[in-house]
Design a protein around this ligand. Sequence first.
Ligand SMILES: [Ca+2]
Ligand SMILES: [Ca+2]
Length: 265
Amino acid sequence: MKKLMILLLLIPSVSLPTFSKEVWKEPKLGIRFVKVHGGCYLMGCPKDNPQCYFDEKPQRKVCVGDFWISETEITVEQWKRFLKISGYKPDQKHLWGCEFTGKPTFKQGKDHPVVCVNWYDAKALASWLKKQHNLPFALPTEKEWEYVCKKGGASGPDPNRMNYWSGFGGRSGKDRYRFTSPVKTFEPNALGVYDVLGNVWEWTEDWYSVPGIPSPKEKKVIKGGGWETQDKNVRCSVRRGIDPKRRYDTIGIRLIIRKNELSVY
Ligand SMILES: [Ca+2]
Ligand SMILES: [Ca+2]
C-alpha cells in the first residue's frame, strides 16, 4: 500500500485540455478527425426518383448521434505506419485488381487513399487504434456514412469537386485523375470532410441487405463510389455489397470515433 502511495505521488499531475477546435489529430498515425453533430435525415432515395436502384429505397427518416470522422480516407502513408508500428500483416489473398503483393497496379503517392485493404484490415486498424487510445474507433455504419454525405451537402457527381470515372475517351475526365487522387485534392464538404463521394469506395460496418429482407450476412456495404465509378452511381444513397474478405483497388477506409466529446492528451 505504501509503495502504491509513493508511486501515485511520483506521477505528475497533468491537466487534460479539452479541444476547443472541433478537429482532433490522432497522434500515432496522424489521422485528423472532425466532429460531426448528430441529427436526423432522410436515408435512401425517394420512390419517384428513377435514377436510384431498388436497394436504395424506400427513403426513410433515421437519426444518428454525435461522432468524429476521419477528415480523409486513410492514406497510404498512414496505413504503412500502422503496419510498421502494429506488426499487423494482411494476408495476400482475395486480391481484385491488386498485384500479388497486395498493391494496386497503378502508381500511388503516400497521400493517396490506401486500397487493396479488405473489411478485416479496416477493422484491424480500428481495433488497434482503440487499444492505443482507449477510444471507440470504428467503421461508420451505413447510416452514419450517408449522414456525412448528405449533411455535407454533396450533390454529386461533379468533376470539379470529386474524382470518379474519367473514361477512356476523356468523358468526365475533368477531374484529371484516371486512378486515385491525393486526398484533399478537392474541396471538402460542408462538414469539412474530403472525398466522401469518389476517389475510393469506403467500407462500412454494416452487412448488406435489401430493405425488408433479412441479410444473408455475406457482404458488407461500401459507399461513395470511387475512381472507377460512373457518374450515375456517384451519389450518397448508392450502396454495394462486397465480400468482406476481398481486396479491391477501388475500396479504401474511413474511420469514426463514436463519441460525443474528445478530451485526450
Ligand atoms: Ca477520375
Ligand atoms: Ca470516398
